[in-house]
Design a protein around this ligand. Structure first.
Ligand SMILES: [Zn+2]
Ligand SMILES: [Zn+2]
Length: 454
């Protein structure tokens, strides 16, 4: 038996074992609970306008169980002083002192006469808000990188959740290379420290930085933001640019078939910067979050649940139950009186048309645009009204995901007319899935399958 045949048999066996463990639905030792959290938040440690402990308290008192403070290229470690030189900052400091006392807020005046306040580190302030089984802070960073070529500038931002040590932006020779080097840095730290952590790709449509063709080439990456509450991130695309939900289906269709990279999961996040004034033009907390199902409120358990796709993303709609398997997808919505719910099951079937053509280039931007693909990718396979919705695989599905829309207007919306939504992670047919351990692994570049273009 040659090595290629042996390798094929090994892969086939692994897939069978994987399908069986999925089908068995092995009983967890501890009962599972739903935990609500936001993985993308800024504080005074970078360009947020509030102290981290005040932000954490906002989330804790607004029904969240976990929060990742993800400042730009910095973790809440070491010594950091911020200037208190304008009225707005002084008002924030006064509020902070009123809450935590003048002793807690350490102040000084620099030799040049600039008044400053020292920010507390995560280790210093987490004890104020954390409570076992109730509220958890997860260390994080928004690795804030860019790729520039001629007059083109791509903002490339990735969050690293449950990071242990700061990662400086890695740079790169192309958009994809820049993403990949930063992803690799997170995966390498995970490998070296043994601490569960994952990268996720932020707001691909922010300044139209990333196309579906860019995103489908990265490896070891399992998450991206399908909804970000910052008012300038363009989740819904525009006349020239694909909405992020469309990008999600394009990625799923190609990653699960010719690229064999496993599913990519969609996150909803706040990307909050503004905590003083709640308005549609500010990036406020409370717009998008994830709800993960885990036995305990611990960072490693949250990471594991999310890597298994055992979570949903939401801008308001709550679920009571959610079952995803290689056989289908079912949910029960935690329905509110007077609100109507519609669940769409969106998926791509075997033998879909993989061809694409270039999208027209917008006149005001030189950046590449996601290509136009067949409507067989991300097709509406079924639609159900009411609180219960179920989709059973017929056998020709590659994956199916669910989107629940409601008639309930979103409070302090990201965009005018927004109503509350939930996004359920895709259920993948066993033949197209990749064992979870293999998803976060990097394939040496020379062996990697690159997407074909037809
Ligand atoms: Zn960003
Ligand atoms: Zn951000």
């Amino acid at each position: 038996m040659n090595s290629k045949v042996r390798q094929t048999i090994r892969v086939a066996l692994a897939l069978v074992l994987f399908a069986e463990t999925q089908a068995d639905g092995a009983q967890p030792e501890k009962p599972l609970h739903w935990w609500k959290g936001n993985l993308h938040t800024h504080s005074l440690w970078s360009d947020g306008d509030e102290f981290p402990e005040i932000i954490a308290e906002w989330y804790k008192t607004n029904g969240y169980h976990f929060l990742a403070l993800s400042d730009h290229n910095i973790m809440q470690k070491g010594s950091k002083w911020v200037a208190v030189t304008n009225a707005a900052r002084r008002a924030v400091l006064e509020k902070y002192i009123a809450r935590h006392g003048a002793d807690w807020a350490k102040q000084r005046v620099t030799a040049k006469g600039v008044p400053q306040v020292r920010l507390k580190t995560l280790e210093e302030f987490r004890g104020l808000v954390e409570k076992e089984g109730e509220f958890l802070l997860i260390p994080s960073e928004e690795i804030t990188d860019k790729f520039k070529q001629d007059d083109r500038r791509h903002e490339i931002h990735l969050n690293a959740t449950n990071l242990r040590e700061l990662i400086k932006p890695r740079g790169g020779t192309s958009v994809v290379d820049t993403m990949q080097r930063n992803i690799d840095a997170v995966l390498a730290q995970r490998e070296r420290t043994g601490q569960s952590m994952f990268p996720h790709i932020n707001h691909p449509n922010f300044q139209w930085a990333l196309t579906a063709e860019d995103l489908m080439q990265v490896q070891g990456e399992q998450f991206f933001e399908v909804y970000n509450g910052h008012p300038s991130v363009r989740n819904a695309g525009d006349a020239h640019h694909a909405p992020l939900e469309r990008v999600w289906d394009i990625l799923l269709a190609f990653r699960l078939t010719e690229l064999k990279r496993g599913p990519i999961y969609g996150l909803a996040v706040d990307d909050a910067h503004h905590y003083q004034r709640f308005t549609i033009s500010n990036s406020n907390p409370g717009r998008g979050w994830v709800v993960a199902r885990a036995p305990r409120l611990e960072a490693a358990a949250i990471v594991a649940a999310m890597e298994a796709g055992d979570f949903y993303a939401s801008s308001g709609v709550r679920l009571k139950t959610m079952e995803r398997s290689g056989r289908g997808l079912s949910i029960e919505i935690d329905a509110e009186p007077g609100v109507e719910y519609t669940t769409q099951f969106i998926g791509t079937l075997r033998g879909f048309d993989p061809s694409s053509r270039p999208a027209p280039q917008p006149t005001n931007s030189a950046l590449p645009v996601t290509r136009i693909y067949s409507s067989e990718i991300g097709a509406l396979l079924a639609e159900t009204r009411g609180p219960q919705a179920e989709y059973k695989f017929h056998g020709d599905e590659i994956y199916v995901r669910a989107k629940v829309t409601s008639t309930k207007p979103k409070a302090n919306p990201y965009a005018k007319g927004e109503t509350e939504v939930a996004w359920v992670q895709p259920a993948v047919a066993p033949a197209f899935d990749v064992p979870p351990v293999a998803r976060a692994r990097r394939v040496p570049r020379e062996r990697a399958v690159t997407p074909s273009r037809r």
